[in-house]
Design a protein around this ligand. Structure first.
Ligand code: ADP
Ligand code: MG
Length: 469
């Protein structure tokens, strides 16, 4: 049913709006008259809630009968579903101007009491977390280059060129990109520089809102008047017009010697939905990757977290053995290390139990279990697909264009994209030296077919499950 609803939305909203807002929404469950959906970011949750809730209600009622509530949960990027669901407070159904321009819910209240809210809104950035300063960032081998570059940008005097522009930081989720970007923003703000920190989604949203309010020109001018632009989660920038505007902004800032910093979960070359010109401009500065933390860095991050927790409750005791245990066993990301420490503290406060290694083992079981996600290999995909469709692997990699081979080949390429971290060009190479556009075409084709045909979607789902357990 959800697939059918998505299809309707796609038709109603058009390709651009649909891909921007709905491709990352997942149907979780239905409980009586309430439907649960999940999205990857808070931003998307608020946006969908304020803009599309009514339409979704109507569509869900048509599909399921009496539905009177839709709840959006924000998916944790590491695990499919996050446990606590926070309900969004309902906004007025007819969007007021303030509601149309707000993003973080708190801002509406603040902005509507002010007279010059228009100007404020044009330049307001995404919210900054006061905890994300340079002091709280622990440096180690895997992030030292990113850290140094970020410091360099933060310490530059207004108008001073740091020798690289933009600074582009990429890393898997939870490795400190947002923390570093915000640290730069805090530091530069403190020196009185005109700083704008925006997630790519916010950028998209502000641009669209400005177009609707016919204040696009003011928006563009405001953007071009800042000293330092920081864009987070670049991989979410979508839509042709938005990208064009972003490209102009980028060019005008860089050409005017104003600093730009961008973070994303992959290098520019792998931002497949992004316009070629934006990609090459992004790749033209300094590219740094933050790698997964080694055990030494993990230990120091945990140590730092424990210290922070101890400031809040001085009686808290976490031994070095426990810190070692966490550092050695929670290996994925800074976010999980954070989560681990929080969990231990909560456990201790709720049960009164001392925090021992045994207790940690128990309390952190699920964090430990997910530490090594099963790695799917392209060979496995080719083997499974060729068996399932009864075509030889040689045919799969060949240039043959008969239907019986083309479709399984496309499915295999799609699965390679969905289940492995390989880039499109790399997948192309592994499939008989095909061009990355061929892979992209295959991915889109399969997505489209799965969206239109439930049986086909189930088949793909089955293959996925077969592969990643
Ligand atoms: P990303 O944006 O790359 O997904 P975040 O910046 O949100 O990651 O980091 C996730 C959490 O891990 C944050 O709470 C952050 O403070 C913490 N973290 C990540 N790396 C470090 C680090 N090197 N030192 C201290 N905290 C870190
Ligand atoms: Mg982030």
């Amino acid at each position: 049913e959800w697939d059918r609803i998505k299809l309707r939305l796609r038709v109603e909203l058009g390709e651009d709006a649909f891909t921007s807002w709905f491709t990352r929404v997942e149907f979780e469950s239905r409980d009586g008259s309430c439907v649960f959906l999940s999205v990857p970011t808070r931003f998307l949750k608020n946006w969908l809630h304020s803009r599309y809730r009514d339409r979704l209600l109507v569509l869900f009622r048509e599909a399921f009968g009496p539905i009177d509530q839709i709840e959006f949960a924000v998916r944790s990027a590491m695990r499919p579903v996050v446990a606590p669901r926070d309900v969004v407070t309902p906004l007025p159904t007819a969007p007021t101007r303030a509601a149309a321009l707000q993003t973080p819910v708190v801002r509406v209240v603040a902005a509507s009491t002010r007279h010059d809210d228009r100007e404020e809104d044009v330049l307001a950035g995404s919210p900054l977390d006061p905890r994300y300063g340079f002091d709280g960032f622990v440096e180690g081998r895997s992030n030292s280059l990113a850290f140094a570059a970020a410091r360099r940008v933060a310490d530059a005097r207004p108008g001073e060129s740091v020798g690289f522009n933009p600074l582009y930081i990429h890393a898997a989720v939870g490795l400190g990109k947002t923390h570093l970007l915000q640290a730069v923003a805090h530091a530069a703000k403190a020196q009185g520089r005109r700083v704008l920190y925006l997630t790519a989604e916010h950028f998209m949203y502000r641009f669209v809102a400005a177009l609707m309010a016919q204040s696009a020109i003011a928006f563009k001018e405001a953007l071009r008047g800042i000293d330092l632009l920081l864009i987070d989660d670049m991989q979410f920038l979508q839509g042709r017009q938005v990208q064009q505007e972003f490209c102009h902004t980028l060019n005008s800032l860089i050409d005017g010697a104003r600093q730009v910093v961008v973070a994303a979960d992959r290098p520019p070359a792998d931002l497949e939905t992004l316009d070629e010109r934006v990609r090459s401009r992004l790749a033209g500065g300094l590219l740094v990757e933050i790698a997964a933390p080694d055990v030494d860095l993990r230990r120091r991050i945990v140590g730092h977290r424990v210290e922070v927790a101890r400031r809040a409750s001085p009686s808290l005791e976490i031994s070095a053995a426990v810190i070692d245990y966490v550092a050695e066993n929670v290996v994925s990301s800074g976010r999980d290390l954070d989560g681990a420490v929080n969990r231990l503290v909560a456990h201790n406060q709720l049960t009164g139990q001392d925090i021992s290694v045994e207790m940690a083992e128990l309390a952190l079981r699920d964090l430990l279990r997910t530490r090594e996600p099963r790695k799917v290999k392209i060979e496995d995909i080719q083997r499974v697909v060729s068996k399932h469709f009864n075509v030889s692997k040689a045919d799969l990699l060949s240039a043959r264009r008969t239907r019986t081979v083309v479709r399984p080949r496309q499915i295999a390429m799609y699965l390679a994209k969905a289940l492995t971290p390989r880039s499109l060009p790399e997948i192309g190479r592994r499939f008989g030296n095909r061009d990355h556009t061929t892979v992209l075409h295959a991915v889109r084709k399969i997505e489209e077919m799965a969206g239109a045909d439930r049986g086909f979607a189930d088949e793909i789902e089955m293959l996925k499950r077969l592969l990643d357990g």
